[in-house]
Design a protein around this ligand. Structure first.
Ligand code: DX5
Ligand code: ZN
Length: 230
């Protein structure tokens, strides 16, 4: 089984100090940088694009950058993110006219590809493309904003997805995104997730004066994950 990956979502970071914020969470033991791309069309919010991804690479970030596209259409922006240094590119199947083509495009650009499932999106989108998938991202909130509460039905969906991954015999990361905190991460891991996005759970507001806050939160998450037994 894949080792646990903690992927802070920079959506909740201080955008005026983005490079520094990434440095700090990575130094505190995070593994990936989760990069939320919103277009004010597929989701009702607008965030960051390839130029910011490129700027983080130029700043010196070498950790995997996990680009979560909440955009429609998808294909046109894929090459830009590949050139900007994305490691993973995931997209919502409802946002692509041709899912298999988009997956192929991402991999042809040299990136790892994945599908993202909203809380009400059926897993059947995996049926004919599992051989092309490197990551499955389950949303445990509706996409568009940080700071929402974890939707409990995601736990069951994680178990179902884990069974699909097992049956495929492939190495596929199972990522969860939305409302992940120190106090629920163990339960989420027990349900099958191996990759944990956390935005507001890591970049908590109101504790900026504590220079070690990221170390302490990520250490607590690892302690909780140890309870889940991997
Ligand atoms: C929501 C984004 C998430 C978001 C998670 O559409 O995909 O990555 O940043 O934020 P929290 O962890 O605060 O729920
Ligand atoms: Zn995300």
């Amino acid at each position: 089984m894949a080792e646990y990956v903690i992927a802070p979502s920079i959506l909740s970071a201080d955008f005026a100090k983005l490079g520094e914020e990434c440095d700090k969470v990575l130094a505190a033991g995070a593994n990936f940088i989760h990069f939320d791309v919103m277009d004010n069309h597929y989701v009702p919010n607008l965030t960051i694009g390839p130029l910011v991804c490129k700027a983080l690479r130029e700043h010196g970030i070498t950790a995997p950058i996990d680009v979560h596209l909440m955009v429609s259409p998808v294909d046109r922006i894929v090459g830009d993110f590949a050139k900007a240094g994305a490691t993973y590119i995931t997209f919502h199947p409802e946002a692509s006219e041709h899912i298999d083509r988009t997956l192929q495009l991402i991999q042809a650009e040299g990136c790892k590809a994945g599908l993202v499932f909203n809380p009400a999106t059926p897993l059947s989108y995996l049926d004919h493309v599992i051989d092309r998938i490197d990551m499955i991202l389950l949303m445990s909130v509706n996409p568009g904003f940080g700071g929402q509460s974890f939707i409990p039905s995601a736990l069951n969906k994680l178990k179902q997805t884990q069974a699909i991954i097992k049956a495929s015999g492939r190495e596929i990361r199972l990522e969860i995104d939305g409302g992940v905190k120190v106090d629920n991460i163990a339960e989420i891991a027990a349900a099958g997730a191996d990759t944990f996005v956390s935005g507001s759970g890591i970049f908590s507001k109101g504790q900026e004066s504590d220079p070690n806050r990221y170390d302490s939160i990520i250490r607590q998450m690892r302690e909780e994950l140890a309870k889940a037994g991997r």
